[in-house]
Write a protein that binds this ligand. Structure first.
Ligand code: TXA
Ligand code: MG
Length: 461
């Protein structure tokens, strides 16, 4: 949705949106002891461009405006979390459903303390997770003090999601403002999350005559995000003996498990102490999920998320193995030969740009799929056939799933918009190769992909 089609009247004033350079190396944090610091003091290289950028962004935040900023996961669209009016602008700027709660971002533990109910003490499990993963890509849910945080941030829920980002620019903006920032991903609702300042710019601004105007005065540009997928959201408060991973993300489930095991906090493990919890992960049974998500009538596919305009299809390559504990559907779902699938796509797909079907392919350079579709070596990332045009976007190597995660949203946007194509035309359909392993960030990769895709197809290569 562009700001022009906004009928809510926000912003009454549209801003000449400016992208401000903010070089991460200009920021430095000091504190006593180890990270995460209780009081993180911010040093900024004096006279630097980054210093000026943070100053302008901080002014905007303190005046109830929105500022987009980089985090290590994805870019966020931030507002003062303690100011309900400022937070309401986030929902309107993104076109975000009003029942989708926001994460609050902090720069040190002192700020965390101020958000939590008086007298609240961290559980041993939360202490372990905070000392291991903060600052970083982990969001924890906490009980809420209604008087401290406006209801709009958490959409009236009894819990509040909080994280301490590790990106120096995000942390510097929070520390310089002295305010916790409520921030969802800075995309227009439903679009892939932004991993560069340009992605934010595309979603939240528009050209009006000579000017670029938008819903926010500033976008801080700190370069591409290195994780590329959002934080892992973990709930350790709703159930006494359980730690629930609600959304897989930048921190892998195995890492969380390892951190708990190391402190004897994993229930069922030898030597588990009191206060130990069982780790539960929604959607961890990926093999079964792949089948379920492939069925358009399953609830998981009801809403599309992370979607570019092009139709996204998930390609599961290789021999399909039977999922543990059932999943017999997998065996009944026939895998089809790659060339048959492409032929079928060309004959039946509804959109065609200029007669030829334009197919984007996001795949690992060393996979069988890439070798089958782009036999001319990696140097040739396009294939022009009479009936279709293939455009490759590399997800790195099969050995580097972190790179695939980092490039997923970038690839969806690039292929959708025609970036990389010699004629600059966008793709009609984007095929994305599934990772064969859901360890680490692989779980988050497949989770986002399943939400972006209209269907999954099993291919024999
Ligand atoms: O990495 C990230 O988490 C990024 C960066 C900007 O920090 N933020 C982000 O925010 O992804 P957003 O709003 O796009 O996604 C936040 C997710 C939503 O799915 C929301 O439902 C969930 O976190 N969430 C937030 N607060 C919650 C709560 N109190 N209970 C359950 N889920 C919550
Ligand atoms: Mg989001």
């Amino acid at each position: 949705m562009s700001w022009e089609s906004d009928t809510t009247g926000y912003p009454e004033r549209t801003f000449p949106t400016r992208v401000l350079n903010a070089d991460s190396s200009s920021f430095y944090f000091r504190g006593k002891g180890k990270e995460p610091y209780t009081n993180a003091a911010l040093d900024i290289a004096s006279g630097s461009e980054a210093e000026r950028s943070i100053y302008l962004a901080k002014l905007a935040i303190t005046k109830s405006h929105l500022v987009a900023f980089p985090t290590e996961t994805v870019y966020g669209l931030g507002a003062n979390a303690l100011d309900a009016d400022a937070v309401s602008k986030i929902f309107r700027a993104k076109g975000r459903p009003v029942d989708n709660p926001l994460i609050v971002h902090i720069s040190d533990l002192d700020m965390l303390q101020k958000l939590l109910p008086d007298g609240y003490e961290l559980s041993p499990v939360y202490s372990a997770l905070i000392s291991k993963f903060w600052p970083g890509a982990l969001t924890l849910l906490f009980p809420v003090d209604e008087a401290k945080v406006p209801s709009i941030v958490r959409c009236g829920l009894k819990t509040l999601g909080i994280r301490m980002p590790s990106h120096p620019v995000a942390r510097a903006l929070i520390a310089a403002s002295g305010l916790p920032l409520a921030a969802p991903s800075a995309n227009a609702s439903g679009r892939p999350s932004p991993t560069t300042a340009m992605h934010v710019h595309r979603d939240l601004t528009a050209r009006k005559g000579e000017e670029v105007v938008g819903r926010l005065p500033f976008i801080l540009d700190g370069g591409p995000c290195h994780v590329g997928l959002e934080s892992t959201v973990v709930d350790g408060v709703s159930s006494k003996n359980e730690l629930r991973v609600l959304r897989p993300g930048g921190i892998g489930v195995e890492e969380i498990e390892e951190a708990l095991r190391g402190r004897d906090l994993l229930a069922g493990a030898v030597g588990a102490s009191t206060g130990a919890v069982r780790l539960r992960v929604y959607g961890k049974d990926m093999k079964r999920d792949k089948i379920e998500e492939a069925n358009p009538t399953t609830p998981g596919m009801k809403y599309r998320h992370y979607s570019p305009d092009a139709d996204v299809i998930l390609l599961v390559c290789g021999e399909w193995r039977k999922a543990e504990g059932g999943g017999s559907d997998a065996l009944r779902s026939p895998s089809i030969l790659l060339h048959e699938f492409i032929n079928d796509l060309v004959s039946h797909h509804s959109q065609h740009h200029g007669g030829k079907l334009r197919i984007g392919v996001m795949s690992m350079d060393d996979s069988k799929l890439t070798k089958a579709l782009f036999p001319q070596e990696a140097s040739s990332c396009q294939v022009d056939d009479a009936a279709y045009h293939l455009q490759h976007f590399s997800l790195g190597s099969q050995k580097t799933p972190n790179l695939a995660a980092q490039r997923l949203f970038e690839g969806l946007r690039t292929l959708d918009e025609g970036g990389g194509a010699t004629d600059g035309k966008g793709c009609d359909v984007i095929l994305v190769e599934a990772l064969d392993n859901d360890a680490g960030v692989g779980l988050a990769f497949m989770n986002r992909l399943q939400k972006a895709a209209s269907r999954a197809v099993h291919i024999q290569v």
